[in-house]
Design a protein around this ligand. Sequence first.
Ligand SMILES: Cc1cc2nc3c(=O)[nH]c(=O)nc-3n(C[C@H](O)[C@H](O)[C@H](O)COP(=O)(O)OP(=O)(O)OC[C@H]3O[C@@H](n4cnc5c(N)ncnc54)[C@H](O)[C@@H]3O)c2cc1C
Length: 429
Amino acid sequence: MTVSVWLDPLADGEQVQHPPIKADLAIIGGGVVGAACAYLAAARNLKVVVLDAGQVATGASGRNGGFVLRGIQSYYQSCVKQYGRDLARYIYTLGERNQQLLKEALGDQLAAIDYDPCGSYLLASSLEELEEQALSCTLMREDGFAVDLLSSDPLDRGYYGALHNAGDFGVNPVKLVRALLQKSGAQVLEEQSVRQIEHSNQAILITARSEKVICDTAIIATNAYSPALDSYFLGRLQPARGQMFATTPLKKKILNALCYANYGWEYFRQLPDRRLVLGGCRQPFLEEESGAADLITKPVQMALEHYLKDHFSELAGLAIEYRWSGTMAFTEDGLPLVGELPHLPGVHFAVGCNGHGLGYSMGLAERVLASSLDGNQVGYFDADRGAIYTAGRAVNDISSGHKFGSEKTAALARSPQRARMTGEFEIGP
Ligand SMILES: Cc1cc2nc3c(=O)[nH]c(=O)nc-3n(C[C@H](O)[C@H](O)[C@H](O)COP(=O)(O)OP(=O)(O)OC[C@H]3O[C@@H](n4cnc5c(N)ncnc54)[C@H](O)[C@@H]3O)c2cc1C
C-alpha cells in the first residue's frame, strides 16, 4: 500500500513515542501462512512479532471454505503430467504432512476450531472427469496414498462419481488462525500495514503504520497482497477473487463430507450449525474476477444460486444470509513461491497458495523457516526455479485459468467489512 504525504502521521509531526520493537523474527501477514510460521517458530525459542494490515485472518484466510484438503487444484494424474511423478508425490505428501501438523498443533483445541473429520468427496461433473479420477486413483495408490474411487454419485445429486479422501477435514478458518497465533506466543500487531522494509545497521527495519520493528529475519506472508508490498511480486502473483455464500441454517444435516466438484470450480459443505456454504462458479468470469477488490458481483452470485438450485432443488428459495469474497494468489505454474528477496537479503517469503492455503500452510511454513533460519535449500517451491513446471501442459492451461505476462496488477481495494446482503440476488423456487 502506498501512503500519501497527507496520510502519514509522521509527516504531520506525530512521532512514534517508543523505540522500535526488537524481534528475532518478524512475520508480515497474519493469515494462515503467517500464523503457521509463528506457531512453528515458537519451538525455536525466538522472539516473534506478527504484523497485519488489518485484523488477523481478515485476508483470504478468513474468507475461504474451511476445507483442509490433501490435494491441490489439479488431480494427481494432472499433477504427474504437469510436474512429473516425484513432484506430484511431494505435493500430496506435503498436503498430508500439513494435515498432520495442524492436528498436532491444535490437538487440545480441535473442537474449539470446529474441526470436522468428515473427509471429502471430489465430485465428477462429467464422465471425462470421472475417467481422470480413475487414473488418479490408480497412480495415488501406486504412490502409497489412501483414496477410494466411487463410480456412482455418493450424494445422488447428478454427479458421475467421486474420489473419496477420508483424511480431509473441515475447520472454522478464522478460529484456526487465531488459535495458531495464540499458541505461538508471538506478539501480534494489528492495524499495522507495513510500508517499508529496509536494512539498518545490519538488521532489518520494518516500518508499519505507527510501529517499527527491528529484526534479524523477516518473512512476508501476504499472499495476494504481496505485489502492493514489494514490486518483486509484480507479474509473479496474479490476485483473483473467489466468491461464496452461506445459507440460513437448514433443518437437518444433508451433507456428511466436504464437497469439491467440477475440478474444484465449485465447492460446498455444511457447517456445524447446518448452514450450507457454497463457493466458486468463477470459471466463466475469469477476466472480471481477476484483481484484489473485495466485492461480490451479481453474475457470480447468481451462478452460485443456480448451482444450488440445480443440485439441491429442495432448497430453492432458502434465504442466503451471508455473501462475501476473498482474494487468492495464483502463480504461473500453479505452485507456491518460497524464497528470499534478491534486493533485501534476510527478507524471505512464502506466497502463492493458488487457492489452497489451508492445505499448504504448515508445509510452506516449514519450508520458509528451514530456508530463512537454517539456510536449507527451499527445494521444489523455490521462487528461483526459473524453468517453471510445465511438462506436458501449456503454462496457461492450469486450472486457475489466469493468463500471465500481462503485468496487470491489482487495484488493492480491500475493505475489512463483510459483505452481508441478505436476499438481494435470491432466485425464487
Ligand atoms: C472464496 C475462497 C475460498 C477458499 N477456500 C479454500 C479452502 O476451502 N481451502 C483452502 O485450502 N484454501 C481456500 N482458499 C484459499 C485460501 O483462503 C488462501 O490460500 C489462504 O488463506 C492464503 O493464506 P495467507 O496467509 O497466505 O494469505 P491471507 O489469508 O490473504 O493473509 C494475508 C494477510 O496479509 C495482510 N497484509 C497484506 N498486506 C499487508 C501489509 N502491507 N502489511 C501487513 N499485513 C499485510 C492481510 O491483511 C492479510 O491478513 C479460498 C480462498 C477464497 C478467496
